[in-house]
Design a protein. Sequence first.
Length: 583
Amino acid sequence: MKYFVNVDMSELKIRFEEVPEKYRKMGGRWLTSQFVYDEVPPICHPLGPFNKLIFAPGIVTGTTAPCSGRISVGSKSPLTGGIKEANAGTPAAQALAKMGIKAIVIQGQPKVQNGYWILRIKGGSGSLEPAEEFIGMGIYEFAERVKKKYGKVDFAVIGPAGEKCMPAAGVCFNDKDGRPYRYAARGGLGAVMGAKGLKAIVIEDDCNNSSVTVVKQGNFKDGRRKLIEALRGHRMTKPGGLLNTYGMSFLMDVLNRIGALPTRNFRAGSFEGAHKLSGEVIVEMIKQRKGEGTIGYPCHPGCIIQCGHIWPCPDGVEHVDLKYESVWALGANCGIDDIDAIAELIWICNNYGLDTIEVGVTLGVAMEAGLLPFGGHREAKRLVMECAQGKLSGRFLGSGAATAGRLLGVRRVPVVKGQGMPGYDPRIVKGLGITYMTSPMGSDHTAGYTAAAEIFGIGGRVNPLASTGKTELSRYFQSITAFLDAAGFCLFILFAVLDIDDGFRGVVETCNGVLGTEWTADDVMLMGAEILRIERSFNEAAGFTKADDRTPEFMRYEPLPPHSQVYDVAAEELDGVFHNETR
């Protein structure tokens, strides 16, 4: 990839520049985090003119490597106040990579307040066009309107929540069929995009013969073959395997059974309505409703795991993409077991550009405060609509769970570094809890998915309830994840590459093939560790301390039913993850 596209929103100017030597071998999260570390003042306001927003495809994105169509979005987060990378699988990433674009860097702010623009990228040029006709528009309507205006394009877009700079706003991308279903949702990066006056990026790939340069074709082909064989041979990722058949929603019953399913704002670890929301029931209902529901669809060309599920309305009309985290956050966490009501809440969040996890966790806090009842899906819909419409009565919802907890006087607020916890209670899955506490990103299961070992026995079985000996486990998973995010691979390949050595070798060899490098497995693990060091250094400069690597206090003394577990991982274990003497 040859170019950085530098977009100055203060001057409304675009420059295509050669990639600086420092960044030539970087991609994805490695590039976004290094660039934010180099270019963004750690103490700047996340929504101010000195923050920058960067979009970067992975190292192998745009090639035929399987499950590699990922893009990283990086900035300083308005939700956490620290560094942030969120990523999505989308053809937009592949289009940029094939056009030779290593990164798009957005800086500055328009001089006209509330002025919004669309960045058009076509071939080797770009332009900024007024976005007035799209302002205030829901993302589903945007996807239809942009198709009529520009034809078949890829895009990144924010909804009204991003325009209003809400810290729970994400960045939406299109899937392989042009639907607005792919989100870099966490950390409020949609708010940063809104603060830059950028409504959308429209990517017109007219380079049909373009491709990413592969320096060592033999290495790449051999690595690609090894990775495909591993993915097609593993019980989690093979055709007809768990992910392809049920998506990650199969976790609903699994976590409920072991008592790790956060329920009613993390009051309990099991939910009496969990089975109604399980992957098995979702798949069966999709089959019964027929129509436009889909089981096992890919988010981008080249995805061979195909874990997506399109949920239909009762009349068979397509409704929304269902993912475990969204169903959990707006379902079990809120005491709601009506899957159609949950699907409608997800649709509203997606349409207005809100992170479903953060909204679901914030709703749980609001229910804790008595603002609405647990299980009250109609009241939840009203509140989410008020948030989406920018009404003062709903704005706290778009500000995230930490802010809501302070406003409403709630002590049970499940956040770390200001970001709402995902759908695994750390009092049961304690290694994943270490990741929640110590990740530079705030509580994020995808930052170091130790549940692979603790729940599924991937790479060796580990007792999830053990409160000691998990420091190295979390560090390992965080490091390998940082590398996969840099390479541009889907996190779900982790299941196969940890169990099948040839699969991991295949991942490394595809990168070597593209770059002409001779990296080893040890090299890429060191690379992952270096990415984490960069991110944590930024956070330290922004004012983070050891206190930011701690669990919410209530989890230390409030036993979680049904196992009566507290989060009892010692502070020394948490501090030992990164051995950072300066903290």
